[in-house]
Design a protein around this ligand. Structure first.
Ligand code: ADP
Ligand code: MG
Length: 320
């Protein structure tokens, strides 16, 4: 069968499973119609992924699609919103059924993993790129911003950092640690785990949050700038992925601080509720690390190994 734009949409997108009951009208009409519960706010976010910039054209299309969904879901997690619906604007140089089949399999995996529905999109010809718009729900007034932190709030990071950046470095240098570690690193890059498991804790205890997509130093700087504050960090408390410490001990802190693509969360907790937060997190089995405190001012600073005060510049990924 020769595919055109419409049979392509029917074959690879309309037939994807829809695990949600709140999609009144999905793919196939001029717009989707979604039911937003009365007590919830709708959170919307868009991310574009461009071939050669965000992924390589030789990657398995399954990985490209799944990762595109995961990084968008991470934005919902950073807003403390439950991801619900996505639209996909896909630009393709040619119609390649095998590629599209893998791509829709990757979408299916991501949609089912997070109980989401693909409700519309656009399909055009051009250089390979995709834009996903994601919609999530959060109890009214509970969406977390970057701008609402206060001086004295504690800075927390989920998980461990640097593995995705190490994978990017290994890809660039074509030099890898042994096979098992290589698998873990590629998994960190291709299938980050958006921290949707943190939603309720964030809604309850956090004063501000951001997901770490460009690198901790730049993403924390966004919270600082938006909140009109500086930060004091304890560099030795920054959680470094064990494979990064093992394989790049000299650059480990640099990878964890300035490497991107981990999609962990950086959030702030008022000192007055920090104890209650730690109890709740431990009851929920969720691990995070306190890496510092927000302070008056505008710089991010830390003490170096000799105890001298050094500034921590924002060195993460920047497109322009
Ligand atoms: P329109 O001409 O109204 O923009 P389109 O022909 O672009 O409609 O799309 C037809 C239907 O298919 C719409 O419901 C649209 O949301 C959906 N659609 C198009 N491309 C995609 C895609 N890549 N993924 C999901 N849905 C898509
Ligand atoms: Mg269209």
């Amino acid at each position: 069968m020769v595919l055109n734009e419409f049979s392509l949409i029917d074959t690879y997108f309309t037939l994807l499973p829809n695990p949600r009951t709140d999609v009144l009208l999905g793919i196939g009409d001029d717009g989707a119609c979604l039911r937003v519960p009365l007590a919830m706010d709708l959170v919307v976010s868009t991310d574009t992924l461009v071939s050669e910039v965000h992924f390589l054209p030789n990657w398995d299309a399954y990985d490209i699609a799944l990762r595109a969904l995961l990084v968008n879901i991470s934005d919902m997690a950073a807003m403390a919103a439950t991801p619900c619906w996505v639209t996909l604007a896909l630009t393709l140089p040619v119609i390649e059924p095998a590629w599209l089949e893998r791509f829709s399999q990757g979408l299916k995996e991501g949609l089912l993993r997070y109980q989401m529905a693909l409700v519309g999109g656009d399909t055009t010809r051009g250089a390979l790129a995709m834009t996903i718009t994601i919609h999530g729900l959060v109890p009214q007034g509970k969406a977390l911003r970057r701008s609402t932190a206060n001086a004295g709030d504690k800075i927390y990071v989920t998980g461990a950092l640097g593995a995705a950046a190490l994978a990017v470095a290994c890809l660039a240098e074509n030099q890898w640690p042994p096979e098992e570690a290589q698998g873990v690193l590629m998994q960190a890059l291709l299938q980050p785990r958006p921290r949707t498991d943190w939603l309720v804790l964030l809604q309850t205890y956090a004063s501000a949050a951001i997901d770490i997509s460009d690198g901790l130093s730049s993403d924390l700087a966004h919270i600082c700038r938006a909140s009109g504050l500086g930060a004091w960090l304890s560099l030795e408390t920054i959680p470094i992925h064990p494979l990064v410490s093992q394989w790049r001990p000299k650059q480990a802190l640099d990878f964890a601080l300035n490497g991107g693509d981990d999609y962990e969360l950086c959030f702030t907790v008022p000192a007055s509720i920090e104890k209650a937060f730690l109890v709740a997190a431990s009851q929920a089995g969720l691990k995070s690390h306190c890496i510092g405190t927000l302070v008056q001012g505008e710089d991010v600073r830390a003490a170096d190994a000799q105890g001298r005060v050094v500034s921590v510049p924002a060195k993460g990924y920047c497109h322009f």
